[in-house]
Design a protein around this ligand. Structure first.
Ligand SMILES: [Zn+2]
Length: 58
């Protein structure tokens, strides 16, 4: 079982995606690192975290 996430699934004009990740927590971490680096988010709000969580497929 692996998990995937696409940034555009949370409404971003962004081609970032991860797939083949073995845990939801790891997808979350990758998404947070990406959001900080690519979307200038100093912190990831609970709202964004919820969106990411619900957009994770797998
Ligand atoms: Zn993105």
């Amino acid at each position: 079982m692996t998990y995937a996430f696409k940034c555009k699934d949370i409404g971003m004009q962004c081609g970032f995606e991860v797939h083949g990740v073995s845990s939801r927590d790891e997808v979350m971490q990758l998404a947070v690192v990406h959001a900080k680096a690519a979307h200038n988010m100093q912190t990831v709000s609970p709202d964004v975290a919820n969106k990411v969580s619900s957009a994770i497929t797998g």
